[in-house]
Design a protein around this ligand. Structure first.
Ligand SMILES: Nc1ncnc2c1ncn2[C@@H]1O[C@H](COP(=O)(O)OP(=O)(O)OP(=O)(O)O)[C@@H](O)[C@H]1O
Length: 232
């Protein structure tokens, strides 16, 4: 499903005359199979976000290749990239990134509006998903009327609404207390099992990485394989 081959990326920092090269990825290779949860651990600054941004096609790597469903995003034009991203990836962020002026229902509905789906299709899909994440009773609440865990559930429903096969999660429980963290991790596992969704999760939290089928650690620009665990 995802094939990352010998990915290298270096940032240039500072003004031209004092430019400093910071190699962040030094040959990262990773295969992710359909239906797997893969966690990428690493300290702050180890390059996790850089790897995720390249995987999602937001950044072009210096060298190496990323194939998603056998397609290479780096070779696509911007518009094609955006369509490809919408069809293949859902995003889950640490800070939820919900629209404050929209209700839970409207936040989940937004990607379908952008896609041009009919009102009838949108309503059926959003209702079903809000139910799936256990939020049917708070569909008309605004984000600031929801708990952190509920907001993350809205953001997960929004990520799922376009039926992407791959979910990319950036510290999905980083803003939550430990009990709520467990709820969200169980939801991720249940979505993985019931819908066969593929997850790539970047995190510095071992608890989060424990839900993964495979764990890797980004260290000194290289990906080191961690202990293999089975999802509960
Ligand atoms: N646009 C940029 N320009 C220059 N350097 C950058 C840029 N983006 C990231 N870096 C540098 O690349 C390194 C890796 O950053 P990255 O954000 O990928 O790390 P991370 O593991 O996701 O960190 P965190 O867990 O704190 O989010 C850091 O040293 C950072 O300063």
């Amino acid at each position: 499903m995802i094939e990352i081959q010998n990915l290298r990326h270096t940032f240039a920092i500072g003004k031209k005359e004092h430019e400093r090269k910071v190699p962040v990825l030094k040959g990262v290779t990773l295969d992710v199979q359909k239906g797997e949860i893969v966690a990428i651990l690493g300290k702050s600054g180890s390059g996790k976000s850089t790897l995720l941004h390249i995987l999602a096609g937001f950044m072009t790597p210096e060298s190496g290749s990323v194939l998603v469903n056998t397609k290479e995003t780096a070779k696509m034009k911007e518009e094609e990239k955006a369509d490809f991203r919408l069809a293949n990836f859902g995003f889950i962020f640490q800070n939820f990134q919900l629209m404050p002026g929209l209700t839970a229902f409207e936040n989940v509905e937004l990607p379908l509006k952008i896609k041009g789906e009919t009102v009838k299709k949108r309503q059926a899909k959003v209702r079903a998903l809000l139910e799936k994440v256990g939020l049917q009773d708070v569909a008309d609440h605004y984000p600031n009327e929801l708990s952190g865990g509920q907001q993350q559930r809205v953001s997960i429903a929004r990520a799922l609404v376009t039926d992407p096969p791959i979910l990319l999660a950036d510290e999905p429980t980083g803003s939550l207390d430990s009990e709520t963290e467990q709820d969200i991790l169980m939801l991720i596992q249940s979505l993985n099992q019931s819908l066969g969704l593929t997850f790539v999760i970047i995190t510095h939290d071992d608890e989060v990485a424990n839900v993964a089928h495979r764990q890797y650690r980004l260290h000194d620009g290289e990906l080191v394989k961690g202990e293999k665990r089975h999802a509960i």
